[in-house]
Design a protein around this ligand. Structure first.
Ligand SMILES: *[C@@H]1O[C@H](CO)[C@@H](O)[C@H](O)[C@H]1NC(C)=O
Length: 225
């Protein structure tokens, strides 16, 4: 191979700069007007493959149903209806998504993180006690009680929660800075994994004995080793 010339070197530098830029951003910026997700594409890329743009219709940019409450009859008493690029194909490559969150009286959206998104929460009905925790070593907790019309931001990647502190249903809308924010619920990621995390790992991590770990695992119908 011939030694690289000045121009090739500059191109290489530029390509490297692009790579680093992409690593700093959240979802990458689109390089066309839109890229409607092609659900049945056999191609795996960062995001979803585009359907032929000449075949785009208004329906590709549309989702109906956020007026419908999710069913909160579950252990925690909350339900998230997420509208991401998987259900609204026109969102693909655009770096945003939206969710409706319903809370039964005293319902909880348990501590969780979105690995790829900042979240902007707007309360439509009810009273929510919300909070988030900063990263190690400070682990500072920021909490606030929100009422109808209040907005709160949960910075990308940080553990956060919302708790309905009223004896009536609550509803919120969350705007998220990714077409596919992802969710890691803290308790599920530790006590509800398939297969289970080894018991020695959990007893040591939490400084408790086996019985406590078994009780926590049982919340997720998990019988550990
Ligand atoms: C959320 O609500 C939907 C619609 O009622 C329901 O299908 C789903 O099972 C609910 N999810 C949970 C976790 O309760």
């Amino acid at each position: 191979m011939a030694p690289i010339c000045g121009v090739q070197f500059l191109v290489l530098l530029y390509a490297m700069a692009l790579v680093f830029q992409a690593a700093l951003a959240s979802d990458p910026s689109p390089v066309q007007d839109f890229c409607i997700a092609e659900k049945n594409s056999p191609v795996f890329i960062n995001g979803l493959a585009c359907k032929d743009p000449t075949l785009a219709t208004a329906a590709d940019f549309f989702f109906a149903g956020l007026d419908v409450p999710g069913n909160t009859m579950n252990r925690v008493g909350s339900n998230v209806t997420l509208v991401n690029a998987a259900v609204l194909p026109g969102l693909n490559t655009l770096g945003v998504s939206i969710a409706r969150i319903d809370y039964a009286p005293y319902g909880l959206n348990p501590p969780h993180t979105h690995p790829r998104a900042t979240e902007l929460l707007t309360v439509l009905e009810g009273t929510l006690y919300v909070g988030f925790v900063t990263s190690n070593p400070e682990n500072r907790l920021f909490v606030k009680t929100l009422r109808r019309g209040d907005v709160y931001v949960f910075p990308a990647g940080l553990v956060h929660f919302q708790f309905n502190v009223g004896n009536v249903d609550a509803v919120a809308i969350a705007a998220l800075s990714s077409q596919n924010p992802g969710v890691v619920t803290v308790a599920n990621a530790v006590f509800g994994t398939r297969p289970p995390v080894a018991e020695d790992v959990l007893t040591k991590a939490f400084g408790v004995d086996k019985g406590v770990i078994d009780e926590l695992r049982a919340q997720f119908n998990q019988v550990g080793s």
